[in-house]
Design a protein around this ligand. Structure first.
Ligand code: GLN
Length: 491
């Protein structure tokens, strides 16, 4: 399972270091791409990658040519792995679903296009829960992704492949998408950073939609500097996304000085039900923040107890609408049928996995006349109450803190037969999406379970459009030795 040791400019170093090495001609985009492909091959048993970009080598050569022509490229030659629900020209794009097997994207998502424009090479597509529905990457039609810290455990989800790509050092940075926690929770389970930006900060154009009012693309990284580097490239207004905001990115990694006077609110509702290791990591984080000059106080957001119910009653109806387009007529697989109705029915029956079918059914039900008011419309009211409560809390605090998850990575199969237990795993993350806020999972410690140290993540939440503050805090926490992003032992 272990991957051979690699030279300093391979995927185990930071994206910033890779770009500097390329810019100073100490390595080439072609060599970095080849090293990344070799690591992907060596780590195949993790099942983090669904396909490699057949155009990666050509893209690397193009980057070299642009460098030789004197173009300044902030991500010069940096290999990036992106979640398989993000369209990349000429790559297989399945969204983890059988229904899109064989689909090759004809265009780039804006986030992917911006990476390439900045000199990155998109080397591969990462495994994920089918259509981003799940919390463990076990709902992928292409088999589960394993956690490099303990292969018997899940890496979290739905962006499990992207998290593992960074945690196992296949690439320094990757992209995922976060609808209810899908960047932050896998980041927590694998010991890396995962940032969910403010809704509208990163374009959703070319992201295969799950629940459009909640979806955001976000980066995984092993340093605050790399988070800043990637966000400065992918964030910013995009005319192709009607919900995209005019807020030019200005990300920098902070220093411990940034913690002085920072007003930190710990959300009371997140303090119950945590494992001892999660509780200890949260307390150690709060102590470290106090020690660095921050003020820490508790704040209660009582409406958070309805967050899971409201989230699933909004996400599933949106999914039922968004997934109507997958009927075998335009994209991907088509089952043979004697007429169009039969062909569509069989395509959807055979193409969608059980969790996706469950959500389409529940979502359609919750939107149907007679039930709309009882479910969807009520959930939308709760959504507003939660958003208002956050706004109120940010009158007193600069950032809010919770564990990213009440427990570290669970065992594969542990929750697959109990959908409600799987949904409940998102208790600390979904409210942030309902309110459209930015939040970052910081790898802040470990909990040893059955003799294996498992990463624990702490979530920092900022007011809308203050994503920059989170990356600043991340850099500050690295400065005081608290944030410990690293490649999993053995990789
Ligand atoms: N686990 C949540 C869900 O299944 C969140 C998924 C996500 O953020 N894409 O809906």
């Amino acid at each position: 399972m272990s991957v051979p040791a690699t030279p300093p400019t391979s995927a185990t170093s930071s994206a910033a270091a890779q770009a500097r090495a390329v810019q100073s001609r100490d390595t080439t985009p072609q060599d970095l791409t080849a090293a990344t492909l070799a690591r992907i091959e060596a780590a195949r048993d993790l099942n983090a990658v669904l396909s490699v970009n057949p155009h990666a080598a050509a893209q690397a050569a193009q980057v070299q040519a642009r460098l030789d022509a004197g173009e300044p490229l902030p991500l010069a030659g940096v290999p990036v792995i992106v979640k398989d629900n993000i369209n990349v020209t000429g790559t297989a794009t399945t969204s983890g679903s059988r229904i899109l097997r064989g689909y090759v994207s004809p265009y780039d998502a804006t986030a992917a296009a911006r990476l390439v424009q900045a000199g990155a090479v998109i080397v591969a597509k990462a495994n994920m829960d089918e259509f981003a529905m799940g919390s463990s990457t076990e709902n992928s039609a292409y088999g589960p992704t394993l956690n490099p810290h303990d292969p018997a455990r899940v890496p979290g989800g739905s962006s499990g492949g992207s998290a593992v790509a960074v945690a196992a050092g296949l690439s320094a940075v990757s992209l995922g998408s976060d609808t209810g926690g899908s960047v932050r929770q896998p980041a927590a389970f694998t010991g890396v950073y995962g940032l969910k930006p403010t809704y509208g900060r990163v374009s959703r154009s070319g992201l295969i939609a799950y629940a459009s009012s909640l979806d955001q693309i976000g980066p995984f990284a092993r340093s605050a500097e790399d988070l800043a580097l990637v966000m400065n490239v992918i964030a910013g207004h995009d005319p192709l996304d009607a919900t995209s905001l005019h807020a030019p990115p200005a990300f920098t990694a902070g220093t411990p000085d940034d913690l002085r006077g920072l007003r930190v609110g710990v959300i009371t509702e997140s303090l119950a039900g945590n494992t001892p290791g999660v509780e200890a990591t949260l307390n150690a984080t709060l102590d470290a923040l106090r020690g660095a000059g921050a003020t820490v106080a508790e704040v209660s957001l009582p409406e958070l107890r309805y967050a899971i119910a409201a989230y699933y009653l909004i996400a599933m109806p949106e999914a039922s609408s968004n997934l109507a387009r997958f009927d075998g007529m335009v994209y991907g697989q088509r089952a043979p049928g004697s007429d169009v109705t039969e062909a569509m029915t069989l395509t959807r029956e055979q193409g969608f996995g059980p969790e996706v079918q469950r959500r389409i059914l529940i979502g359609t039900y919750a939107l149907s006349s007679g039930y709309y008011d009882a479910y969807y419309s009520k959930a939308m009211k709760v959504r507003r109450l939660i958003a208002d409560r956050f706004t109120q809390a940010f009158g007193q605090f600069d950032v809010l803190v919770t564990p990213t998850s009440p427990f570290p990575a669970f065992r594969r199969g542990e929750k697959t037969s109990d959908p409600l237990a799987m949904y409940a795993a998102d208790v600390d993350t979904v409210a942030v999406n309902l309110a459209g806020l930015p939040a970052l999972s910081v790898p802040a410690g470990f909990e040893t379970v059955d003799g294996t140290p498992l990463p624990v993540g702490i979530q920092f939440i900022a007011p809308a459009l203050h994503d920059e503050r989170l990356v600043q805090v991340a850099g500050a926490l690295e400065g005081i030795g608290l944030a410990q992003p690293q490649v999993a032992p053995g990789y």
